[in-house]
Ligand binder design. Structure first.
Ligand SMILES: O=C(O)CCC(=O)C(=O)O
Ligand SMILES: [Fe+2]
Length: 344
């Protein structure tokens, strides 16, 4: 195991499973972000390349086609520029990005309207989602083993093809030269993810992602950290979401991250990465079944863990048992504002 400049561990899942499980748990507790070395065993390089090609086709569809698939309260569909604000307290305008969210596929069919431009590609999108599901299950199984709770996490996921908040999301950040932004603006506001784990795919050479370190400073997260330059595909970035953090009483950290413009002062750059072009990324947000109860994980390490800053109002202090579905709805209402008001 090696580390990157943001100090995120790089883990090879093909190592001895007991050791890998321990490495994953330690990385989840210490950093909340983990690079999974991608040698093509779980998600072949060609599948990642194909997914990015599909993303360009999908987000390149005529705007009327995308508008007809606008995001709904089930979190599926298209969000236009500025429609989502990930950090409402600090952002004047919304995020500088557009995105298309797919919910779960059943028999290779999306359970939502899709742009006619990609009508013939549904099975290819579904195949990529299946690869992501399988990798998530593998990681959740290993995290359970590392905490000595066996299939506690994995068995709460993917029990049936639908019935969870799982989302495959394709993102496009337009070239900075094409938008009128100020030095205060940000491509994606500071946030932590809502689900159990997120898989993030990025393109070589495209800068922008930063994580908030424990000391309160931001560190860039290179797409290709040292030691992975010759791998067939950049490592897959795993990120612990709020729900897994809640479930483990804060032992697993759901780390705050954001995507910045090149002009945004305080960040340092990564050699070989630029932000001048349109930036594409793909996120797979994995969620347990909606009815999964977020009861404390029955692990010795979780029981012995004392969360920092236990004060009144802190959700960890109250330990109210929510379902995964309730937890997701709570978080979505915060970042989409009016979308949820109108519908209720
Ligand atoms: O585009 C990226 O690199 C990150 C996107 C992200 O953090 C998100 O959609 O939750
Ligand atoms: Fe995120």
């Amino acid at each position: 195991m090696t580390t990157s400049s943001a100090n995120i561990p790089i883990i090879d899942l093909s190592g001895p499973q007991k050791e890998v499980a321990k490495q994953l748990v330690d990385a989840a507790a210490e950093h909340g972000f983990i690079y999974i070395k991608n040698l093509g065993d779980d998600i072949p390089a060609a599948s990642v390349d194909e997914a990015f090609a599909l993303s360009k086709k999908l987000l390149g569809a005529p705007v009327e086609e995308k508008q007809a698939c606008s995001i709904q309260t089930n979190n599926r569909g298209w969000t236009s520029m500025h429609a989502e604000t990930l950090d409402p307290q600090n952002q004047k305008v919304g995020d500088f990005k557009e995105a298309f969210n797919f919910g779960e596929f059943i028999d290779n069919k999306a359970q939502q309207p899709i742009p006619p431009t990609i009508a013939d590609d549904e099975a290819r999108f579904s195949a990529f989602a299946n690869l992501c599901r399988a990798l998530c299950l593998k990681i959740l199984t290993l995290l359970g083993q590392g905490l000595e709770v066996n299939d506690f996490f994995s068995s709460a996921h993917f029990k049936s093809p639908s019935g969870s908040g799982t989302i495959l999301r394709f993102l496009r950040y337009p070239p900075p030269s094409s938008t009128s932004h100020t030095a205060d603006d940000i491509r994606a506001g500071a946030h932590s993810d809502y689900g159990s784990i997120t898989l993030l795919f990025r393109l070589k050479g495209q800068a922008g992602l930063e994580i908030l370190k424990k000391d309160g400073t931001w560190a860039p997260v290179p797409v290709v950290p040292p030691g992975t330059e010759n791998d067939p595909s950049p490592p897959i970035l795993i990120n612990i979401g709020d729900l897994l953090s809640y479930w483990t009483n804060g032992l697993f950290r759901s780390t705050v991250h954001r995507v910045v413009f090149p002009t945004n002062g305080e960040h340092t750059s990564v050699e070989g990465e630029t932000s001048s072009e349109a930036r594409y990324s793909i996120a797979f947000f994995c969620h347990p079944m909606d009815d999964a109860l977020l009861e404390l994980v029955p692990s010795e390490r979780v029981r012995n863990f004392v969360p920092e800053g236990v004060v009144a109002g802190n959700p960890f202090a109250e330990r109210k048992v929510l379902t995964a579905g309730e937890h997701l709805l709570m978080r979505l209402k915060e970042s989409y504002g009016t979308l949820y008001d109108e519908k209720e």
